[in-house]
Design a protein around this ligand. Structure first.
Ligand code: PGA
Length: 251
């Protein structure tokens, strides 16, 4: 039985004091709940260290939103997996569509980031998803296959057990327009089949596949009740403690 994983991607939101405020509300809101899922928060780099302190002795785990694929050196402005580990990160999001489109990250670069992060013992939330144009052209599966195969190139079966795949249709991110539970389920099943073909049935069965794209308290339950949807990567709705907690409750 796969345990559901709810992750909050804060994106470029919340300065230090806003981060402290949100985490405090979150930890107190979750304190008396019996939580049946894993909960991860991914604040901006500048709040990671403080977040790590504030979530000590809670069920919340820490992730970053991006990483670079070298250990150290002359890469002005970049952050390495070792640095993320040093501030308590257990997870890192790689390949988010905003990184792919705004910052021109290729499947090849994403693959390098995944490898380096796994090498240093970070767990990876690997994001994939098609654009609206691609969906309308009926090439969703081709796009997903290419992202999965190129993103996971030379990643071993053992390493895949330290990864989560997040299916995030680009047309659903931050638009308020989420995929229907059936649309999402179809792609999740397709991804699981790809993993089965590339690795094995047990790797596919054990893989957590999250859905992301306008997940809100009022649609979370329907999405999360699909057999192949194992959690959510939440953007906008994780910025308010109340709505993030409602989504955690739905899981
Ligand atoms: P959204 O973002 O929930 O605001 O659509 C999801 C994401 O980008 O991970």
């Amino acid at each position: 039985m796969r345990k559901k994983v709810i992750a909050g991607n804060w994106k470029m939101n919340n300065d230090l004091s806003e981060s402290q405020n949100l985490i405090t509300r979150l930890t107190s809101g979750l304190a008396n709940l019996k939580i049946n899922c894993d909960v991860i928060i991914c604040p901006p780099y500048t709040s990671l260290s403080e977040a790590n302190t504030l979530i000590k002795n809670t069920a919340i785990k820490l992730g970053a939103q991006n990483v670079y694929y070298e250990d150290n050196g002359a890469y002005t402005g970049e952050i390495s997996p070792l640095m993320l580990k040093s501030v308590g990160c257990e997870y890192v999001i790689i390949g988010h569509s905003e990184r792919r489109t705004i910052f021109k990250e290729s499947n090849e670069m994403i693959n390098k980031k995944i490898k380096k992060s796994l090498e240093h013992g970070l767990k990876v939330i690997f994001c994939i998803g098609e654009t609206l144009e691609e969906r309308e052209k009926n090439i969703t599966n081709d796009v997903i296959r290419k992202q999965v195969m190129e993103g996971l190139q030379d990643i071993s079966e053992k390493d895949i057990s330290n990864m989560i795949i997040a299916y995030e249709p680009v047309w659903a991110i931050g638009t308020g327009r989420n995929a229907t539970p059936q649309q999402a389920q179809d792609v999740h099943l397709f991804i699981r089949k790809l993993i089965e073909d590339k690795y094995s049935m047990s790797s596919a069965d054990n893989l957590t596949i999250q859905y992301g794209g306008s997940v809100k308290p009022d649609n979370a339950k329907d999405l999360l009740s699909q057999p192949d949807i194992d959690g959510a990567l939440v953007g906008g709705a994780c910025l308010k403690a109340e709505s993030f907690i409602e989504i955690i409750k739905a899981a």
